[in-house]
Design a protein around this ligand. Structure first.
Ligand code: NAD
Ligand code: LMR
Length: 334
């Protein structure tokens, strides 16, 4: 079984390396690249790679978005402006909210059953935008819409491996990162790491490590000095999450990854997570078991330390504001 994958924003800093990684993925049989510029060139280039996926580039004229999306199984969205020094996640909302709304409208009409993986920032608001657009079109399925928070996990894995002095461990480290995707809304649960931090690891060091994961994006934005934000690590993380979704769609069992999802009140597990958070909130990044329909089950946040509970308490008010901003962009009366 193999799939059609679509990248919206495929000519960008994330879009190009992400498309490269998807082209290299044997589960992808067809790869459609859509952007407002340059996709014919990116597609021609990738199409020479000797892997099975057929690659086609699309631009807006002649219903390019609709054609790109036709028959999609998975749609990944890295379209939109990135940060540079002095720009906040919330600043990106002004431009990216409209871009994501329009792309979501395209998906809701041309590929409403596809799994949608939202990378465009601010994820805490863009995911609710996609959900509200889908609701408006009567095609919302909470199992199918994912905010991609994998880069936070990838960073946590890497930084733990650095502390342990063995980078070769990093990809095998299983560490949940929950909450949202911006600053204090990002909550790494180091106490649940498959590879614990050294015993006697100082509280101040744990706080610094937590901050490094929460503000890892700033580290890259500062180093790139005006040339954008994380692209290569994001492409790696996005391709890793897409691969997990595809393997689960194919029927593989037991695949779990943290992702920012709608906490539905059905039997998906969303209610349990809401209770654990202890506040009324409609979205959260929680460990999710993936399945043939997308979300199979939203899993418990697990046993939290007092400091992790405090981090979640600090994350929730900002998350609620971010979520409401996305919802009211599409459904102002709510
Ligand atoms: P970029 O500017 O390099 O690329 C964005 C691409 O989107 C461009 O090619 C642009 O032409 C395209 N685009 C703009 N409007 C479009 C539209 N209406 N339809 C289709 N394509 C459109 O930016 P980037 O560095 O690739 O970052 C993209 C987004 O991803 C940003 O919002 C950034 O903040 C976000 N991001 C998210 C994470 C995460 O962890 N979720 C990590 C890094 C970056
Ligand atoms: C990241 O975490 O690197 C991204 O969200 C990009 C950014 O602006 O920080």
């Amino acid at each position: 079984m193999s799939f059609k994958a679509v990248v919206l924003g495929a000519a960008g800093g994330i879009g190009q390396p992400l498309s490269l990684l998807l082209k290299a993925n044997p589960l992808v049989k067809e790869l459609a690249l859509y952007d407002i510029v340059n996709t014919p060139g990116v597609a021609a280039d990738l199409s020479h790679i000797s892997t099975p996926a057929k690659v086609v580039g699309y631009l807006p004229p002649d219903d390019g978005l609709k054609k790109a999306l036709a028959g999609a199984d998975i749609v990944v969205i890295p379209a939109g402006v990135p940060r540079k020094p002095g720009v906040t996640y919330d600043d990106l909302f002004k431009i990216n909210a409209g871009i994501v709304r329009d792309l979501a409208t395209g998906i809701a009409t041309a590929a409403p059953k596809a799994a949608v993986l939202v990378i465009s920032n601010p994820v805490n608001s863009t995911v609710p935008i996609v959900v509200e657009v889908f609701k408006k079109h009567g095609v919302f399925d909470p199992k199918k819409i994912f905010g991609v928070t994998t880069l936070d996990v990838v960073r946590a894995q890497t930084f733990i491996a650095e502390v342990l002095g063995d980078l070769s461990l990093s990809s095998s480290i299983n560490v949940p990162v929950v909450g949202g995707h911006s600053g204090v809304t990002i909550v790494p649960l180091f106490s649940q790491s498959s590879h614990p931090l050294p015993s006697g690891y100082a509280t101040s060091d744990l706080e610094a490590l937590t901050k490094r994961v929460q503000f890892g994006g700033d580290e890259v934005v500062k180093a790139k000095d005006g040339a954008g934000s994380a692209t290569l690590s994001m492409a790696y993380a996005g391709a890793e999450f897409a691969e997990k979704v595809l393997r689960a769609l194919k029927g593989e069992k037991g695949i779990v990854a943290p992702t920012f999802v709608h906490l539905t009140s059905d039997k998906s597990g969303g209610e349990t997570v809401k209770k654990e958070i202890g506040k009324e909130i409609d979205y959260f990044s929680a460990p999710v078991e993936l399945g043939p329909q997308g979300v199979a089950k939203i899993l418990s946040l697990g046993k939290l330390t007092d400091s992790e509970k405090a981090l979640i308490d600090a994350a929730v008010p900002e998350l609620v504001i971010n979520i409401e901003k996305g919802v009211s962009f599409i459904a102002p009366s709510k």
